[in-house]
Write a protein that binds this ligand. Structure first.
Ligand code: URA
Length: 428
């Protein structure tokens, strides 16, 4: 079971045994498999792929590298609480977790949303919520259970002992060009979600320029792989494939996205964010045993907002405090009139990142107020000279770099473009 022979099996398109996979994953976590050896193995996996059995074994080894949380036995007023979580593969302007988590909890389900921070052009949910004054992402396992029982909603950082192999491997993949492997992404996401202990899971698998998967068939394969890993682990899992060619909503950036999420919780907000929140909510409610509930009712009725406030306050945040605003703004106006026929998600995400909303090395600080807002959705008419985009930053020296990212990022057409009716492409 020496690492070089394990690498050789995958290099030569062979199938790794369970013992070989355990040796590689556990050896890497413990330090006996060197980073350069794991890099070579990850690259061989990226090129050669893995069978479903290998992916299941890889996922199990990553779960076994740490603790598996137990979220059974949660009760409120003597009633057992079911747990259901959601995971998005990440996109630009994707703030759906923020309204969705309290919305689902407002129906009496428990949502243990263990989230991550952003790296590169997609924002992290924890970075967004840290824009709320006082809010803390650190919640101990005991407090997590208590908050789930009382409020029903927790969004917090995963503890270091949850799938530590994934933490180490993901950092390595990030710097070795080995992120874009369907088996490795599926195992990475599902090991964390299974270890978290949720009873059911809904996946939002993004497709398009702002997503990991730009190709529909690849995204569908990723979704099918994750759904079957969930089923094998007794986590009822479904997936929606959703469009990420244009950024979601009207803003990308931390405080900007929190503000938009609060608009949705108040019964307003951009149509596409509301649509996706409700589509994912229906899946989660059905997974939690409430298939006939219309989640729009608790957005209109204020119950989701009440749960949001309780969730923020339980983690030290002040839901009534004003959100941070960036010190500088730069408006991009339309050179001629037309219909917005394309707005590229990746370009907007990279511009927001340049402006300070994201980080390029793990652990670096992000700016709460930085980001990009767009003044029209795809399909809308824009007058000549009207604002198309506003850049928000504390660092005016970054505006030129952000503008360079936005070069060619949108098109204005003479006739109204065809706009797809829904962000939801399919269900798996
Ligand atoms: N998100 C993860 O958690 N892991 C991956 O490998 C890719 C995206």
């Amino acid at each position: 079971l020496d690492p070089v022979s394990i690498i050789g099996v995958k290099r030569d398109d062979g199938e790794l045994t369970t013992a070989q996979i355990d040796a590689a994953v556990h050896g890497f976590t413990a330090g006996s498999v060197a980073p350069e050896q794991m890099s070579a193995l990850a690259m061989a996996i990226l090129w050669r792929g893995m069978s479903r059995r290998e992916i299941a074994d890889w996922t199990a080894a990553m779960i076994d590298s740490g603790v598996r949380m137990d979220l059974t036995g949660l009760r409120r007023d003597g009633r057992a609480l079911r747990t259901v979580d959601k995971h998005s593969t990440g996109g630009v302007g994707d703030k759906i977790t923020l309204p969705l988590t309290p919305l689902i909890a407002s129906y009496g389900l428990a949502v243990p949303q263990l989230s991550g921070r952003g790296l590169g052009h997609t924002g992290g949910t924890l970075d967004k919520l840290e824009a709320v004054p006082g809010w803390s992402a650190q919640v101990s396992p005991d407090r997590l259970r208590a908050q789930l029982a009382q409020v029903g909603a927790v969004i917090c950082a995963a503890s270091d002992d949850l799938a530590p192999a994934d933490r180490k491997l993901y950092a390595l993949r990030d710097v070795t060009g080995t992120v874009a492997s369907i088996p490795l992404i599926a195992a990475s996401i599902m090991s964390k979600k299974i270890a978290e202990g949720t009873g059911a899971l809904v996946l939002d698998v993004k497709v398009g320029s702002g997503a990991f998967m730009t190709d529909y068939d690849d995204a569908a394969e990723l979704a099918r792989t994750m759904v079957s890993l969930g089923a094998d682990a007794n986590v009822a899992t479904t997936a929606l494939l959703t469009d990420m060619s244009a950024p979601l909503g009207r803003s990308a950036g931390n405080a900007l996205e929190v503000a938009e999420a609060v608009d949705v919780l108040a019964g307003g907000g951009p149509d596409d964010v509301v649509e996706l929140t409700l589509a994912l909510a229906r899946e989660m409610l059905a997974a939690g045993g409430l298939p006939d509930v219309d989640p729009a009712e608790h957005l209109a009725g204020g119950q989701a907002m009440d749960t949001w406030r309780a969730m923020i306050a339980a983690q030290g945040g002040d839901p009534a405090a004003p959100l941070p605003v960036a010190a500088h703004r730069h408006v991009v106006t339309a050179p001629q009139a037309g219909f917005l026929s394309r707005l590229d998600a990746l370009a907007v995400g990279l511009a927001a990142w340049e402006l300070g909303a994201g980080r390029s090395v793990p652990g670096a600080a992000v700016s709460a107020g930085a980001g990009v807002t767009w003044h029209a959705a795809v399909g809308d008419r824009i007058d000549a000279g009207a604002p198309v985009l506003t850049l928000h930053t504390d660092r005016p020296d970054r505006i030129a770099a952000a503008l360079a990212r936005l070069e060619g990022a949108y098109d204005l057409a003479g006739t109204p473009p065809e706009v797809p009716e829904s962000r939801v492409l399919s269900r798996i």
